[in-house]
Structures are given as structure tokens and as C-alpha cells.
Design a protein around this ligand. Structure first.
Ligand SMILES: Cc1ncc(COP(=O)(O)O)c(C=O)c1O
Length: 318
């Protein structure tokens, strides 16, 4: 069969390493419910991401959905967000009984345009949910200032930014909380998985309970919760992949540098900008086509690439 080049391939540790990591689960028979692997991974990821606290979840979407719930925003209130994201961001807002209000994005890095935020704030606005899309960091200073001035909560969708830093700070330190995705297609994966990083302990307690049916302890159920626990096999995958993630990022960096070198001077092609003060994870390499200059539309380019066995994705489509 003709060799195909896929847009991405899931990172996996050496088979023996994973087998070794899961061996003790056959002795403990503790497969989920915040077990040893879960606790170890939480600690190691807090260190790696440089964040004070982290709650692991079953996927990035539930991280976002439950983090929004844990903020306790008034039902029916408005959350200002970006339309230029994966569907999960808006779904998390709507599934919380909140109303998404779309703010336009900056044309260069595709993140929420903070200069257009204030015009959208009404007496119904409760929060801002920007996305560090493609790993591009939002204008956290401007967004933070506006939120403070108007008494709004800020939660960042950092699904694309595992391991990135901005001004030497882990990207999970901005706003009230940030969410990460550890989906199989991401630069770091736990097969399926995700996390919320946050500072406030009371928020963390609410979130922990929401992740586990509202159960605070053996005798106490504080309210209605979900089930979004990361199991021990996924956590074990996370422990293994964390040992290799720096190599993964280094490999992607080489590819990104090659793309930049070869694609920079082509008329009608716009490459993702290099952001100042950002340590990138090189996870995405979006290219924008200006058909007038380049002579072909995005979809035509996709077809040509597909004909050559090269996978590309329309991000975001739908
Ligand atoms: C921007 C964004 N937010 C949220 C998610 C949801 O993450 P998950 O797939 O882990 O549920 C994704 C997923 O790919 C995403 O790209």
C-alpha cells in the first residue's frame, strides 16, 4: 500500500515501559477512583506545568465543563468567548446553561481580540473564556485588566498549550483557571484525559466533588456532580508519556523550523506568527491561504495534498 503521511500520530512510550508501569495494578486491583497513578501524575504534572494546583479529568471537555460549573456562574448569564475554536469550548458554555457571546479574533494569531471585549460586556456578563488557539497565547494582561475592572471571572481554554510558558510562567497560571486536553492527538496524551489548573482551594474542592458525583467524603454528598475521573491505566500512560514529552516537543520543533524555512517566502501564504515571550510546544503549524496571491484556495490545496497521500486538516472544520 502507498505510504500515507498523517497529520499527526499519537505519542506512545515503548511498550515495555507501559507494561512495567501498569504491572502493580494487577496487585493493587485499584483501577480508578483517584488511585496511586492518578495521585502521582497530578503531582508530576503540577511540577511540569509549573502550576500550584491541578485536577485531572477524563478529558479536556469535562475539564472545561466542570471548571465552568465550579465557578458558580449565574444560570443564563453571558460568557464572552471566541468563535474560532473547537466546538468543545462553546458546548461547555451552553451545557452549563450559560449564553455564549462571540468576540472577534485578532487576524494575526487568531486569539480573542481584547480591544473588542469591553463593547460586548453587559450587566448579564459573568465570565470571559478565551482560547490559546494553536498554542498562541492570548493577551492575558489586557484580558485580566478588563476582567478585574468589570468583576468578571476568566477561564482559559489551554487545550493546545501543554508545557508552554508565557513571560517565563506556565501558561496554566493565568485567569481563575485553565483547562488542558490530553487527548490522543495532542502533543502530550493520556489516551483521553484533561486537567484544570487553578489557585483557589475552595474552587478546587468544588471541582473535585463535581468530578466524582458530588461526593466530598464517604458520608457526605454536597450536591449534583458528574463522573469525570481519570482512570489508573490512562494515568499510567500519562506518567510514561511525560518522560518523553520533551523529546516529542523537540522533534516537532525541528519540523516547524523546516516548514518556516521552506514556506516563509511564498506569496499568498501566511504562517502562524512567532509570539514574543512564548516558549512554544510546536504542536500546530497552521497555514493561511490567500487565493489571490497563492493562486489556489485552501480546499484545492487539501485536495492536492490528499492526492499525494499527505493528510492535512481544516482547523476548525466544522
Ligand atoms: C480548543 C479545544 N478545547 C477543548 C477541547 C476538548 O478536549 P478533549 O478532546 O480532550 O475533550 C479540544 C479538543 O481537542 C480543543 O481543541
Amino acid at each position: 500500500m502507498e505510504k500515507k503521511i498523517l497529520v499527526t500520530r499519537s505519542s506512545m512510550p515503548p511498550f515495555e515501559e507501559y507494561v512495567d508501569e501498569i504491572k502493580d495494578l494487577w496487585e493493587s486491583r485499584w483501577l480508578t477512583n483517584f488511585g496511586k497513578k492518578h495521585r502521582q501524575l497530578t503531582k508530576e504534572l503540577e511540577d511540569y506545568l509549573g502550576v500550584p494546583r491541578l485536577q485531572l479529568t477524563v478529558n479536556g471537555h469535562m475539564a472545561l465543563e466542570l471548571a465552568l460549573t465550579a465557578l458558580g456562574l449565574e444560570k443564563g448569564s453571558e460568557v464572552i468567548t471566541t468563535p474560532f475554536t473547537f466546538a468543545s469550548t462553546t458546548h461547555a458554555i451552553v451545557r452549563n446553561g450559560l449564553v455564549p457571546v462571540f468576540c472577534d479574533i485578532r487576524p494575526d494569531d487568531c486569539t480573542l481580540d481584547a480591544s473588542k471585549l469591553e463593547a460586548l460586556i453587559t450587566d448579564k456578563t459573568s465570565a470571559i473564556l478565551p482560547v490559546h488557539v494553536y498554542g498562541n497565547i492570548c493577551d492575558t494582561d489586557a484580558i485580566g485588566d478588563i476582567a478585574k475592572r468589570h468583576g468578571l471571572r476568566v477561564i482559559y481554554d489551554a487545550a493546545h498549550t501543554f508545557g508552554e510558558t508565557y513571560k517565563n510562567k506556565g501558561v496554566g497560571n493565568f485567569g481563575d483557571a485553565s483547562i488542558f486536553s490530553f487527548h490522543a492527538t495532542k502533543v502530550y496524551n493520556t489516551i483521553e484525559g484533561g486537567a484544570v489548573s487553578y489557585k483557589d482551594e475552595a474552587f478546587g474542592r468544588r471541582l473535585y466533588e463535581l468530578v466524582d458525583f458530588g461526593i466530598a467524603d464517604e458520608e457526605t454528598v454536597t450536591g449534583v456532580g458528574s463522573n469525570a475521573k481519570l482512570n489508573e491505566f490512562a494515568s499510567a500512560m500519562g506518567l510514561c508519556n511525560l518522560r518523553h514529552v520533551d523529546d516529542e516537543i523537540a522533534k516537532r520543533r525541528i519540523l516547524v523550523e523546516r516548514y518556516r524555512e521552506r514556506l516563509s517566502d511564498i506569496k499568498g501564504l501566511h504562517l502562524n506568527p512567532v509570539q514574543k515571550d512564548v516558549k512554544s510546544n510546536y504542536a500546530y503549524f497552521p497555514v493561511f491561504f490567500d487565493p489571490a496571491g497563492f493562486g489556489k484556495t485552501r480546499d484545492e490545496v487539501m485536495d492536492v495534498l490528499a492526492g499525494a497521500g499527505i493528510g492535512a486538516r481544516k482547523y476548525f472544520y466544522p
